[in-house]
Design a protein around this ligand. Structure first.
Ligand code: NAP
Length: 272
């Protein structure tokens, strides 16, 4: 495993995403992932599977302290009290005392950002999370969140793959030491049959998805959270630390076009 360090925490560059998994599927995938060496799990109140994550962690032969656990607040919680109460619900369902990272899932258009940041800070103060961050924030909103928050913003979790490389936001995150957590690194499945990824993968005896994940984590300050329900894919997705894409390959893979993203969104209904 490779890591990004932020605020003295070593975060595994590959975590397991759990969107669109039932509680049972989540239990099975998280259990397999922990067996296979994953130590970073991403869930959300809105995924309705925190209990599955919690049971898998409780049953695994891995100490809780070894796992970097993230959940996200449902943005319909718009008061400090609602945010904190919802996070209490999350830690109960997850069966833990504290999560490692708590994000606001997206900026709700009717929410007051200052109140939301107060709610996340209150969750830190109450010991419900070690760190806080945001998700689906553009650069302006990220800057505002950073200004409004007493606790440092640990990460901004955004869609990040070869067709959505987030150049401006990524530079800002790198300059300000905010981790960019890339979600949908396989474009929600859209990257899987890609010809260029396949062509490059052959040189290394890897698969196209492995090249997409390698592309993501070769960016400074980027971690990523592919989702899978298959043991074969789960193993494959962390078997990416024994090869290095060249600069030229990395540049070729970066193809900012919203076409594939549009397809992925239509197919997978990305939860934006
Ligand atoms: N913050 C947000 O708003 C937000 C939004 C979207 C996603 N996310 C997070 O990001 C995570 C990942 O994104 P995602 O779920 O959209 O999709 P993704 O990780 O880009 O792609 C998942 C799809 O790829 C397949 N897959 C995984 N590894 C593979 C491999 N090695 N070979 C072939 N197919 C493979 C999976 O099927 P199998 O199950 O068959 O492997 C699944 O259909 C989510 O689960 C969630 O935790 C966050």
């Amino acid at each position: 495993m490779e890591y990004v360090t932020r605020l003295d925490v070593q975060v595994p560059k590959i975590g397991l995403g759990t969107w669109q998994m039932s509680t049972q599927e989540t239990y099975e995938s998280v259990s397999i992932a922990l067996e296979e060496g994953y130590r970073h799990i991403d869930t959300a109140q809105l995924y309705d599977n925190e209990a599955g994550v919690g049971s898998a962690i409780a049953d695994a032969e891995v100490d809780r302290e070894e796992i970097f656990l993230t959940t996200k607040v449902d943005p319909s919680n718009r008061s400090v009290r609602d945010i904190v109460d919802s996070v209490r619900g999350s830690v109960d369902r997850l069966g833990v005392d504290t999560v490692d990272l708590l994000l606001i899932h997206w900026p709700h258009p009717l929410a007051n950002l200052e109140t939301v940041m107060d709610g996340l800070n209150r969750a830190v103060w109450e010991g419900l999370t070690h760190h806080i961050g945001v998700s689906n924030f553009d650069l302006d909103k990220l800057e505002r969140a950073m200004d409004l928050s007493e606790a440092p913003i640990f990460t901004n979790q955004v869609q990040f793959h070869p067709w959505w490389p987030q150049r401006e936001l990524l530079s800002y995150c790198q300059e300000h030491d905010v981790i960019l957590t890339g979600y949908s690194p396989l474009a929600n499945g859209g990257a899987i049959g890609d010809d260029l990824l396949r062509e490059i993968s052959r040189r290394y005896g890897k698969s196209g998805p492995q090249v997409a994940l390698r592309w993501a984590i070769q960016h400074e300050n980027v971690i990523t959270i592919p989702m899978s329900t298959s043991r074969t894919h789960l193993k494959e997705n962390i078997d990416i630390f024994d090869f290095l894409l060249t600069r030229a390959e990395h540049d070729r893979i970066t193809r900012p076009s919203y076409l594939k993203t549009g397809i992925a969104m239509a197919k997978g209904q990305l939860d934006l």
